[in-house]
Ligand binder design. Structure first.
Ligand code: 4HQ
Length: 266
């Protein structure tokens, strides 16, 4: 996987590249990463990358020239690696990141059927209020992506969040590859929340582990976990129940269970 990061703060990414399970993707060389600092593409002696907004108002705007040069350099490197560069700008104006987006992104970056169309990611991390609109006009940005309806001080944390979600899905990154497939929102659980989990001891204070989990009956355990998933989702994120229903992902047995719970919980 080829990755180019355009950022004024490359050191921030050590949280991703040097710590935790996702760092394995970098340490094992599964990711070919390059940082680009827009400051190195600044045209004046002061290495200025921001300026006051035309029309006035608070905050600063990232200048078009250094960012355009950084984006073009990153895309050039991607093409040299045989990738089709895909430039993503992290911004609250983008589509909100979901596990479905991650799955689709992974398909594009790992595409084997037509190697010419295998994507390479170029992530543009902005600082200050905004980036100059002409970067969009030039067609330099393929996609805007948001981590949610919240404003943060720079695109670095959003980029790291997206990369963490993406790289933990790459084979060989997690200890147990099954765990990524079983997560909340994954296709294996039909977009529902994960079931409840228990580990030793069997009794903690006044609470015991549900006996079915100790039974060794794998079919029964699967039914119990499905019902726990449905229950968690019904209680915490009813919108996801409606979404799964609309997508035909709930079986007759699921609906029967939900109806019985709705009766008992009101
Ligand atoms: N920002 N999802 C402002 C975000 C954000 C988000 C990123 C704030 C970029 C310039 N990024 N800058 N939400 O709030 O991705």
């Amino acid at each position: 996987m080829a990755l180019d990061l355009i950022t004024l703060f490359p050191e921030m990414f050590t949280a991703l590249t040097q710590q935790g399970v996702v760092s394995r993707a970098f340490k094992q060389g599964l990711v070919n990463v390059q940082f680009w600092n827009p400051r190195e593409f600044a045209l004046n002696a002061n290495k200025t990358v921001d300026d006051r907004p035309y029309g006035g108002g608070p905050g600063m705007v990232m200048m078009a020239a250094p960012l355009a040069a950084a984006i073009r350099a990153a895309c050039e490197r991607q093409r040299a690696l045989g990738k089709k560069p895909h430039v993503i700008y992290l911004s609250p104006q983008g589509r909100v990141l979901t596990q479905t987006w991650i799955a689709d992104c992974l398909q594009h970056v790992q595409q084997q059927s037509n190697i010419e169309t295998q994507r390479g990611l170029v992530l543009l991390c902005g600082r200050y209020e905004a980036i100059d609109e002409r970067l969009f006009d030039l067609g330099l940005i393929d996609e805007e992506l948001s981590i949610g309806d919240v404003v943060v001080s720079g695109g670095e944390l959003p980029a790291m969040l997206m990369l963490d979600a993406l790289l933990r899905c790459v084979e060989g990154v997690l200890n147990d590859d099954m765990s990524a497939q079983q997560d909340s929102f994954s296709r294996a659980v039909d977009g529902l929340l994960d079931c409840s989990h228990y580990t030793r001891p069997e009794k903690f204070e006044e609470f015991t582990v549900p006996s079915v989990l100790l039974s060794g009956d794998h079919a029964k355990i699967a039914v119990f976990r499905r019902q726990q998933s449905l229950l968690n989702t019904m209680r915490k994120r009813f919108d996801l129940i409606e979404q799964a229903r609309a997508q035909g992902q709930l079986s007759v047995a699921d609906e029967k269970f939900l109806a019985s719970q709705m009766d008992s919980e009101g």
